[in-house]
Design a protein around this ligand. Sequence first.
Ligand code: ZN
Ligand code: ZN
Length: 347
Amino acid sequence: MKAMVLEGIENYNLREVPKPECQPHGALLKVMANGICRSDWHKWHGHYSKKYPMILGHEIVGIVEEVGELTTRFKPGDRVLVPVSGSDGTCDMCKAGHGNLCESYLVPGIGYAGGFAEYVAVPYADRNLELLPDNVSFEEGAILSCRYITGFNGVVDIAKVKIGEWVAVYGCGGVGLAAIQTAHAMGAFVIAVARKQSSLDMAKKMGADYVISARECDPVEKIKEITNGRGVDVAVESLGNKQVVVQCFNSLAKMGRLLQLGVTQDGPEGDASIPINPLVQGELQILGSLSGPIQSFKPLLELVAAGKLDIKPMLTETVALSQVEDVFKRMDKGDTLGVIVCNDFTH
Ligand SMILES: [Zn+2]
Ligand SMILES: [Zn+2]
């Protein structure tokens, strides 16, 4: 089969590799779509997970081609989505319902060969696949599997946004846009912060009530101005930028929650400097959130299938397998918008 194989830092090649084998508890999928995520870009640059050769890609949607003898929930022909939060069901976190924090780290493209390939063998398929509703396209499924669930689960289950609250979302990439749309759907007032005008335009389309250009003003001051000096109840950091973490913190009203979705660099370079006295004196909270457990996909897929969350505007481009590296190079320059999905695996 054809696959894009990462063979070293920025050494990325389209080549023929053996088709993966279906495990007894697994499923073999023909890949139909796979989103190109910033975390793939990080791995391409060698920022973390230096394991070679590796087939990247963790935003996978496909059609089941074969199932193992122990797999009971799926059959050949099923349209399925692979949630990024793969798990094996054996550890304490899995048993407590937090499969996204599983010790096994069965994440496609890291723990096993991922979706920038014609086929993927998914382990423990009964717990690591979800059926894709008929009226949700493969490309939309790719948006949901990692970036949308991250914004959705963070806003709904971790920050627990309430109707009438004020939410500021810093960063309007896939995760930020998902957080904006989800918070809007939950009845919050949403302020989007980004540097590019095209990202802010998109944020408006996804439900932002106010947009702030971080290029033109201090977003913290502007947020205070919009909220009559009070600040926001929830500030969402979707970028993984330590300066932005501090801006998010400084945007909070008393009893506000900082929802950290972005991952910064490993080690001390990634640490943010948080002012401690306002944390205590305002009873502020800092909440981390990692993608979402598989059970979060049920409400999300139902909302998208029912048309209550229209994620189509987030899909800006589709590309072929051989063009994935070009997208990484464009990410270097900040020259991408929304979500770009690979959906042509023939070349
Ligand atoms: Zn992703
Ligand atoms: Zn586990």
